[in-house]
Design a protein around this ligand. Sequence first.
Ligand SMILES: [Zn+2]
Ligand SMILES: [Zn+2]
Ligand SMILES: [Zn+2]
Length: 55
Amino acid sequence: MSEVNMIKCACADCVCVLPVSSALERNGKMFCGKSCAEGHNAGNGCGHVGCECHG
Ligand SMILES: [Zn+2]
Ligand SMILES: [Zn+2]
Ligand SMILES: [Zn+2]
């Protein structure tokens, strides 16, 4: 049995699910990457395949 906990990125538009160990924490929420963690304030998506989030 695996100990890997999978979580969904806290970004509302993001569909990414990733292991907790590789998530990026920001303000107590877990994100898949820097773009999501910063609310896409640079206008870029998370860059993950199949995900179209841009904040
Ligand atoms: Zn995403
Ligand atoms: Zn994300
Ligand atoms: Zn996002």
